[in-house]
Design a binder for this molecule. Sequence first.
Ligand code: DQA
Length: 160
Amino acid sequence: MKFMVMNGPNLNMLGIREPEIYGKDTYEDLKALVRAAADERGVEVEFYQSNHEGDLVDKIQEAFMRHFDGIVINPAAYTHTSVALLDAVKAAKLPTVEVHISDVSKRDDFRQVSYIREACVATVMGRGFQGYVDAMDILIDKLGSKACDGAACQAGADHE
Ligand code: DQA
């Protein structure tokens, strides 16, 4: 199994950026944690971070073209604004889990909107970096328990 682990704007600033919300650990620490968990699970991961919406769209399309099995994505601020990312996930039809380090449900009103959520099989929030590992486990579970033909995975029936 091969997952694309994607992060949106300002997540390269983890450790520096609002540590009281996002913690003191860096983006490199995040990658190390996720890679170790992926190794334990026998899963391949590729990481991508960008501050640019179109680059994130390109990467989602690339995940489709290169036959990845799933996507873990923290779209960061683009969660709350981007129809383009929603459309990209719908087009790619890969099982996708939305992750937020913080619990966005308890934050500003403008963070209550997630455009991408309807195309995701699950959302994990407020679990810190562990949320990315949880997201991988959700994908492993989904992909292992049933053949995921895209359409079924897009339905979001058991969105968590
Ligand atoms: C975030 C939450 C978003 O509202 C915010 O814009 C981010 C990070 C999170 O991981 O908690 O950049 O996605």
